[in-house]
Design a protein around this ligand. Structure first.
Ligand code: VGL
Ligand code: ZN
Length: 199
């Protein structure tokens, strides 16, 4: 069952891209393809209610300290203008829906709201906050991939910005770079006041 939407509840669809959601992807998240129909049902319910729907897209240069080969944490994924960086082909995306790209300049774009320079640690904002303001958002539903990385970071930033935030568990999956990351992420979300809706 999708969440309840009003025109002031924004649905944020985080990084439902081939590299995370396709078993052949560069940083495949186990079960990632299963979130696509679940997220599509959220998108349909949001559209029905006149709620804004916004997407994020991890969008990295071919070399970035975000990647293990360049000194970071992750296998190569979501390199700009490649198949892996494309939104999943089955994901519902309205032609005029905003897609916020993050990581563009080589930063760690974990939260949809901000990009962090992996060397200096300095953070800068993406356009997501402004887009939500313009859309009149007062409450956020955060879905997509991955629950212990970018969904978590986006939801936590949403709370910090003062929004009530809902994360439906059925609409996400977890990388589990370290065993236990999924449970830890859910704990952090709940501790921050995010409403985690059990699948
Ligand atoms: C993500 C790891 C690295 C994500 C992005 O979208 O959750 N995870 N870059
Ligand atoms: Zn990334």
């Amino acid at each position: 069952m999708p969440q309840d939407y009003t025109p002031s509840t924004a649905l944020i669809v985080v990084d439902v891209q081939n590299d995370f959601a396709d078993p052949d992807g560069g940083l495949y998240v186990e079960g990632g393809e299963q979130v696509v129909p679940v997220v599509n049902a959220e998108v349909a319910a949001a559209q029905e209610a006149g709620a804004p729907v916004l997407y994020t897209q991890d969008w990295h240069p071919p070399s970035t300290p975000h990647f293990a080969k360049d000194g970071g944490s992750w296998p190569v994924h979501c390199v700009r203008d490649t198949w892996g960086a494309e939104l999943h082909p089955d994901l519902e995306v309205a032609p005029d829906a905003p897609v916020v790209r993050k990581g563009v300049d080589g930063g760690d774009g974990y939260s949809g709201f901000s990009v962090r320079d992996p060397v200096s640690g300095e953070e800068s904002a993406t356009e997501l906050g402004r887009l939500l303001d313009e859309a009149g958002a007062e409450r956020l539903v955060v879905t997509g991939l991955a629950g212990d990385v970018c969904v978590k970071a986006t939801a936590l930033d949403g709370v910090e910005l003062g929004y009530p935030v809902v994360v439906p568990e059925a609409a996400t999956r977890f990388v589990e770079l370290e065993e236990g990351d999924a449970e830890r992420a859910l704990g952090e979300l709940r501790a921050a006041g995010v409403e985690v809706v059990p699948a």
